[in-house]
Structures are given as structure tokens and as C-alpha cells.
Write a protein of this length. Sequence first.
Lengths: 300, 242
Amino acid sequence: MPEITVERLTKRYGETLAVDDLSFTVEAGHVTGFLGPNGSGKSTTLRALLGLVRPTSGRALVMGKPFHELRNPVRKVGAALDAHDVHPGRSGRSHLRTLAAAAGLPDSRVDEVLEMTELTPARDRRVKGYSMGMRQRLALAAALLGDPKILMLDEPANGLDPQGMRWLRDILVALAAEGRAVLISSHVLSEVEQTVDSVVVIGAGRLVMQGTLAELIKGDRRPALVRSPRAADLRELLEAQGATVTLDGRPDAMLVQHASLEQIGTLAAAHGIPLFELTHEVSTLEDRFLELTGEGGNVR
Amino acid sequence: MNVLRSEWLKVVSVRTTWALLGAMILIEGLAAGLLTGLADVDDLRTRDVASLIIGTKLAIVFMFTLGALLSTNEFRHGTANSTFVVTPRRERVVAAKLAVGLVVGIAGALLYIAVNAGFGLAILSNRGIDVDADRAVDAYVGVGVGLVLGCIFGVALGALLRNQVLTVVTGMVIFLLAGTAALFIGSDVGRWFPGEALLALQGTPGTQDTLLSQTDGGLVLGAYCVVLGIAGMVMTRQREIT
């Protein structure tokens, strides 16, 4: 049974359709990226899963049940919706103690999660003095309090510096490796592409694709950039194979469509044509994401 | 019990709680001290107990605000998300807040009475003015119960309205303008308003003819707390947290 099941979920706020007939599942042992532009319905879906909003139709289930039917939910699900959701006048430790108390967890667990998120030195400082990165860590610490089987984090990489990103990646991958289901949302694929192994892509509240990160890349139809001192020869060969070639402006470079990188490389090798460069643009995955989700044009 | 402990920790872990309690004690201590110390002795003799509990209107605003913050801070600072994820049975959270409001209200009332009576009675006695003990006890019981109910009223109204500014402003209008409803609308209807019920409960001088009796005032204000508290629980359970 999947840890998270979203089944034909629709959520309407008045005239606004926030989530539209959305279905996907999340399995244990993976970090799943829940991706889509701002306003595409990611947060609403997470809120429906956490029982904070009611679906207009369809179901949002955690461990096969609606959230409110879970017994001792803190031990099953840890969630961080917004790093700003803390009283600024409380210390990080006090904030966690209020949540731990409600869940019947001892203060020693608070100190453990502070240690895990490397916040121990700042634990008695008031949250208003925390950086964005520290707030993100505090939100993750709160989510980890009950040592849950499932983690749902809304934009956890938002506002993190490169070191923070790396730290987050390491801890999330480690948590998934322990057999947890980790679902993290983001509107910037590059923030999470090194962390996630599965993806759920949504746009305008609808599912665009669900699969592995490799499958997301595989669907790429963007041109390949090829540089060769014998570009003209290679162009002839590629066009004979049905590829579309456009010139890049430089004498030795061209953009090739309808041929994979592997096909181009093999063809060049077979004819002894040297290659100086054979690549998709660096941002290809991001472009693929934007291509799928409509470049943010789906914000309603 | 877990939720109750959590709500108690929320109250004691922010400085605002202590600042509001401290400000109330300071202002009320000063008011009692200055009024009993500086007013004309003959005037004080006629006023009797009334001279002690003057300025109670401000104390009720402090206690109401404390209660209101207990509920509305969740929405002002977005902690409602994590609170209701940890405790999905939201009505329990509101019930725990009402209970904590009761405890904070009792603590505030006892502090108020200690400071007010400590300063006021000592100064009056020093100036040779005897205070009717029975009337003083009645007045302090009324004022004390009023402060407790004021705090609970704040929790309940906050749970219902959620918006911090709206809740506090509504409380100010109700309690600071108390007496005007009876004046403008007529005491037949106005005496049932929460602010007017509080004035009656506090045994405010000169209101005996227009407002409810002290006991009825307390019952009416208590009824408001119960109704608003239940409404707050039901609405918090029903409404979406967005």
C-alpha cells in the first residue's frame, strides 16, 4: 500500500479551482518531488492530506486513511508547511516543546531533533533572530519530532544557501533510506533535482506526470548542442537520418533535434568525425519542467 | 492533558504574557495608590469601596487581551498549521485554551486584588477612613470574577473571530464603551450586553437602578463565555485552515 494516496482530488475555493481531479501515490523509501509552478495547487494538496482543508471531491489518504482517522498522527506523519509559522517571540526550543507536549513526547526528544537539525547552539534564542535557513531547520525539526514514517515538506529548500541545500539533501536522502516516505514540494526543480528520485509534476491543479526523475529527463525533446570541426559533414549525415539541424551562429556548432545524444555520438564515431561538444543545455531538466508545467502560466 | 500542557507552555513562553500582566499590575497599583492617597478625605468617605475599584475597566482590557492573544496568536503567526496537525481534534485545542484562560484569569485576578487591596486599603486605613468590610469583599469578588470571565471571553471571541486586530478592537468596544449601550439603547436591552453585565458584576456605583444585579451580571457574562466558547469550538472544528 502506498504511504500517500491522492485519488481524484478536487479542491475548489469559491470560483477558484485549486486542485483539479488530481491522482498520485507516494511510496516509502523514496524522496518524491512534488513539483509545479507557484499557485499550481501543491500546498492545497498537502493541506488536504493533513486534514487542514476538506476536499471538494475525491480523497487524500495517508496510510490508507483520511488524516483525522489516524491514531497518534505525530508518529505517522511529520509536516512542515511554512518556515514562518512560528511565534517570533518564542525560542526554537520552546516552540518545539509546545508541539512535543501536545503529542505527549518528552522534552528529551526536542533536544534530539534540535541536535539532528544542528540547531542546538541557537535553541534558546528567540525565533525572530533566526535566519531563513535556521527557520527551515526548525520546521524540519518540528516535523521530525514524532519520528514519523512519512514526511511532507512544503518548499523546504526555499531560502537556503548552497550549504543549507546540501545539508537538506543529505538528511532527506538519509531519512528515505531508513524506509520513510518523503514528499517535498518545490516550484524550482533545480532546488531538488539532486535530492529526489521520484517526481509528481502538477500544473493548474492537474497531474502532468508521475514517474522517476530519469523518466522526466527521458521525455526531453530539446535540441542537442553539437560542436565539431567537421560540422558540415556531420550535418549532412544527421539530416540523412531524419534529424533537424539548425546552425548555432558559430561555424563549428549546431543544434540538433529528433536525434538522441547517443545516436549523434555513434554516427560521428562511425564516420571518424571528431566532436568537441555533445550536450543538452545545462538547464535542460529545468526547461523540461517548465515545458511540462507551462512556465508558470498556470497560476490562477 | 497533553493539549492542556501544550497550551500552558504557549502562554508562559512568550514575553507578551508577562508584559501584559506586569503592565496591568503597575497601572492598577498606581491608580489605587494615587486615588486613595491624593483624593479628598471627605470625598473618599462618601465613595467608600468605589474609590478602590476605580480603574478596573483598564484591567479588564488587559485580561481580555491576554485571552484574545491565546487564541488569535495561532492565526497571527501561522502556528495553527502545526497545532492542528499535531492535534487534529481541533475542539480539544480550543477547550484547552479556555481552560488555560481560566487559570490565567484567576492568576491575574488574584494579583490585581492583592495589589489593589494592598495599596488601597493600607492607604485608606492610614488616612483614617474605615471601609465597609462586607462591601469590600463583594466588590473584590465581583471584580475578580469579572477579570476571570474577561480573560475567558477573550479566548472564546478570539477562537470565533481568529483575526487578532478585529478581536482586540471588538473587546475594546465592548468593555471600554461599557455603559454607553445602556445609555443610548435603553437599559432594558442594554443591560444584557456583555460590557454592561460586567459593570453590574463589578458592582459599579450608580448602576444599581439601570443594570442587572451583581449576581445576574456575573451569570449573564458567564453565559456569554459559555456560548462563545462552544461556538468557537464548533467553528474551529468546521472551518478550514488555509
